[in-house]
Design a protein around this ligand. Structure first.
Ligand code: SF4
Length: 353
């Protein structure tokens, strides 16, 4: 499909609806842990433990959380680099997890991934032109001069000059390499791009350039992103909605403004309290009221009972260790959900008064 055809398709009523592009229900991914001479299974690392969400066409969902919370495993399960143990994924009308390997190979053109490390995700033996053109050749979308023209157009789209087409990745800067990765991800005109810490390995100034590029491409091509990051400032700038993940589960999900201005879950509040403030005066004023996270992330092999965050939560009270809080709407707003007993009590008190 050419760029013009893609743009025409974006204007069609099919893509102007707000039906979710991807719907995820109760997704789980456990990794068995084995030990001893007989390699006996002694437990499971519950990397993703019952996650549900939707992403609409043209939307960017940010997934944030500490390292080890399961966000990258979730990304790999979505694109089926890892097979989930349980759950359902509906992508663009297909039962995504039920697709055979042949069907998946075809459909994967619609879902592409950008990885964290632009140094490791490009084959050092392939020139830039070959790396970007490879998916087009594999999917038999173009060959010969048409392939070269398509690669040149993709290079232009990501702001790289035509002269890099015959260079090797080792001859490019980190920012240029990530642009090549983006061009490669765009080559098949995907509907969804999963960006897993796509700018984390880049310098701050290059991060801004790449994020602006991704934002421009989103508007231009109507892309949908699942954007995984641990840098909250980046997520605030780039995402329409945010899901906060802790030990394999979502703790809070809502519109970006709501999450950053009125966080409900103590974990979200702790993450926001840990965000650096550029103005030293402001930082001094605000430090007293902040409660950044303390302690280590518990083992996902043996997560705490009840609320998984209770071992680190400054608001922890009696029921927290006993009963797992459900992800429920905050203040009657179905678009903002939080998994905390405090939110539930506040909501019940609100109903009583
Ligand atoms: Fe804290 Fe309890 Fe809420 Fe969990 S349920 S976040 S421990 S107050």
């Amino acid at each position: 499909m050419t760029l013009n055809e893609s743009l025409e398709l974006l204007e069609s009523p099919i893509l102007s609806t707000q039906a979710p592009l991807i719907e995820v229900q109760n997704l789980k991914k456990y990794f068995p842990v084995k030990d001893g001479f007989f390699n006996t299974k002694i437990g499971d690392v519950k990397a993703v433990d019952g996650v549900s969400f939707t992403v609409n066409h043209g939307e960017t969902l940010g997934i944030v959380g500490e390292s080890g919370c399961g966000k990258s495993t979730l990304a790999r399960c979505l694109i089926r680099l890892d097979e989930p143990n349980e759950g359902q994924v509906r992508f663009d009308g297909d039962d995504w997890l039920a697709l055979s390997s042949n069907a998946l190979r075809e459909k994967r053109a619609d879902m592409q991934m950008i990885f964290q490390n632009p140094y490791a995700s490009l084959n050092p033996r392939l020139k830039v032109g070959q790396a970007i053109g490879e998916p087009l050749e594999i999917f038999k979308r173009a060959s010969g001069q048409a392939l070269r023209n398509e690669v040149l157009m993709l290079l232009d789209m990501v702001g790289l000059s035509a002269s890099v087409i015959d260079r090797y990745p080792s001859e490019l800067s980190g920012g240029q390499r990530q642009r090549v990765c983006i061009a490669r991800a765009l080559a098949l005109r995907p509907k969804l791009i999963i960006a897993d810490e796509a700018v984390s390995a880049l310098d701050v100034s290059v991060q801004a350039q790449v994020l602006n590029l991704m934002d421009d491409l989103k508007k231009e091509l109507g892309l949908t992103y699942v954007f995984i990051a641990h840098n909250l400032s980046v997520v605030q700038h780039f995402c329409d909605r945010v899901a906060v993940m802790y030990l394999g589960k979502f703790m809070e999900v809502g519109a970006t403004d709501t999450i950053f201005e009125r966080p409900q879950h103590p974990y979200t509040q702790a993450l926001l309290d840990a965000m650096p403030i550029a103005d030293p005066q402001l930082a001094k004023q605000q430090r007293a009221g902040r409660h950044p996270l303390v302690g280590e992330l518990p083992s996902p092999m043996n997560p705490p009972s009840g609320c998984r965050f209770h071992t680190r939560c400054p608001e922890c009270f009696a029921p927290c260790a006993l009963e797992e809080p459900a992800l429920l709407a905050v203040a009657g707003n179905d678009a903002h959900v939080s998994a905390c007993h405090l939110s539930r009590i506040e909501r019940e008190e609100g109903i009583m008064s």
